[in-house]
Design a protein around this ligand. Sequence first.
Ligand code: TYM
Length: 335
Amino acid sequence: MAEQETKKLIFSGIQPTGTFTLGNYIGAIRNWGPLQDEYRCVYCVVDMHAITVRQDPVKLRQNSLQAYALLLACGIDLEKSILFIQSHVRTHAELSWILSCNTQFGELSRMTQFKDKSQKHPDDVNAGLFTYPVLMAADILAYNADLVPVGVDQKQHLELTRDIAQRFNQRYGEFFTLPEPYIPPVGAKIMSLQEPTKKMSKSDTNPNACILILDDKDTIIRKCKRAVTDSEAEVRYAEGKDGINNLMTIYSSVTGKDFAAIEREFEGKGYGDFKLAVGEAVADHLRPMQETYAKLIADKAYLKECYTASDAKALAYSSRIVRKVYRKVGFVDAN
Ligand code: TYM
């Protein structure tokens, strides 16, 4: 990456906890590909974050490879970007320890995702779940990233990352860049199809609440048809119409049409027509990616070649930064 160091650096990651949702796709990963021309991009499958919630080891390994192949299929180009697996690059865990000594217990206690997840998994409120945002800060700061493309639900973690970086800079002298969130104007929070006031999430127990990006066309259409809407029968973006607003956001994201154009297109038509159109548009949009994915996941040797090369680049880049952090905090040079 050295030759392009004038370009800003982007970092983002995603948990391999199952097939990505349409929310992950629209809110985050579909934006990652187009950023590659303007920025130096570093992307990561964050398997170490995933184990803050209990995982079946066999499934986690499969899901991590699936996540890797999906990201390639969604347009990450290894000629331009780095796409690696978090547990392969030791600097993340190393920096995480140092940052955790610069993070307050009170700050972590305020993280809404910690509160939500500890309610969801009351039998396993482990220390990793609590310090999860510190590892996320380490992911970002190990590359001194300028921008972090994420959905709205990660904004609080990003703010904490900035606070940690700022505190470190005050204690040890200016060093870390304060990263900015990069949140898309439309689609930063795709909602559940069944409870449209809640975020669409992989962990939802109702399978109709969530479109997975490997769902086939019939499944996608069926889920859209069952989406909860309102009794007004008018395709219009307005307060209180959460279900329709969500479907309009999804439709807009995959077709590029703005809300006014969508309202015109469905004027005088019922929700049935609209839901079918949304389902078809989503399925058509995802199909080429699904075809690429099927080829990639069948070629494990190729995937290994890809992540091995990226792991090495990520380690080389982040090691330089973490080595400097070690010096700043007063560790004796190892060699
Ligand atoms: P994760 O794996 O939960 O989600 C990955 C990305 O998808 C976005 N997202 C959504 N966007 C819109 N609507 C939704 N319903 C929706 N659901 C998820 C998330 O905002 C995220 O951008 N902690 C992170 C992973 C992470 C990370 C990082 C991200 C670890 N280290 C460093 C950025 C930088 C997470 O759990 O995302």
